[in-house]
Design a protein around this ligand. Structure first.
Ligand code: AMP
Ligand code: MN
Ligand code: MN
Ligand code: MN
Length: 276
């Protein structure tokens, strides 16, 4: 039987709920032979996951999902086979995470102005992650009884365009792609079928993007076909993954995409060529 991979998985080091060990346990239960750890703007889970490869007989691809901004549009760029110790990449991630933390303080100020008297430092402690996301803040507000549900937190306060929304520091797509490249990684557009990301495809292509995450559960079949055509036309790599966040999404999504291993091989060959 051909080996299968899930190349988009978050851990508790960003906004997923599974530790690297729990990720490996679920991957094993779901019959995956290869996974990529792709935390938001954070690479801290990678060493632990790599050390568990032999125990679970599962290959771990070191990855990251970096946040970028282009013309007011937020987009996510996956980096695969990165050297997670690379200085330049780490410097860029540190700047993004610093911005994420600073944003919590601004968000707390706005929440206070809207009657939610929350302490930013407590959110930071609760998040226990370098890459603090709005989801961490929202969970804190619900867990501690400030607000009744995640839906209320996002819909009334911190969702996109809501009164307590605060954006955080972001690099441009080309800067993110450069950071991934300097760490010897391969840069891929995450979930290109969402949020009209392909509107800026020409810019991304010019910036050196090398592939598309074609296989993604929220992509319609027609979107998958469109993306496959674009990948072929521009000679781009093809990837796929579940975007598993553990129990932070309605279901544990791991393995809902089972990418044939040949795509991982192509990705790996590509990364190896870049290192020569
Ligand atoms: P951030 O990267 O910090 O802006 O946080 C984005 C995360 O917040 C997403 O990955 C979701 O987990 C969560 N999120 C954003 N908007 C909503 C929403 N309207 N409802 C529920 N969760 C949301
Ligand atoms: Mn997330
Ligand atoms: Mn994403
Ligand atoms: Mn993701």
């Amino acid at each position: 039987m051909e080996k299968v991979a899930d190349l988009h998985i978050h851990t508790s080091f960003s906004d997923g709920t599974f530790t690297p060990k729990e990720v490996m346990e679920h991957a094993s239960e779901r019959g995956l032979n290869c996974i990529a750890i792709t935390d938001h703007d954070c690479i801290d889970a990678i060493p632990m996951a790599l050390s568990l490869q032999k125990d679970y007989n599962i290959e771990v691809v070191p990855g990251v999902e970096m946040t970028a901004q282009e013309d007011d549009k937020e987009l996510h760029i996956l980096g695969y086979f990165i050297d997670y110790q690379n200085e330049e990449l780490n410097k860029a991630l540190k700047m993004i995470c610093h911005g994420r933390e600073a944003r919590v303080y601004e968000m707390a100020d706005k929440l206070k102005q809207h009657g939610v008297n929350v302490d930013a430092g407590e959110i930071v402690k609760y998040a226990n992650s370098k890459a603090i996301s709005r989801l961490h803040a929202a969970r804190y507000l619900v867990d501690k009884g400030y607000l009744p549900s995640l839906k209320v937190v996002f819909d009334k306060y911190i969702g996109d365009g809501r009164p307590c929304y605060v954006s955080c520091f972001k690099f441009s797509a080309s800067q993110v792609i450069d950071s991934i490249n300097s760490a010897g990684g391969v840069a891929i557009i995450a979930h290109p079928g969402l949020n009209n990301v392909m509107d800026i495809f020409p810019v991304l292509l010019k910036s050196g993007i090398e592939g598309l995450e074609v296989y993604y559960a929220e992509h319609k079949q027609s979107t998958v076909e469109k993306l496959l055509n674009i990948a072929q036309e521009h000679n781009l790599l093809i990837t796929g993954g579940s975007d598993c966040h553990g129990t932070n999404k309605k279901q544990v999504l791991m393995g809902n995409i089972k990418l044939p291993y040949q795509y991982v091989e192509r990705l790996k060959e590509h990364a190896n060529c870049k290192r020569k």
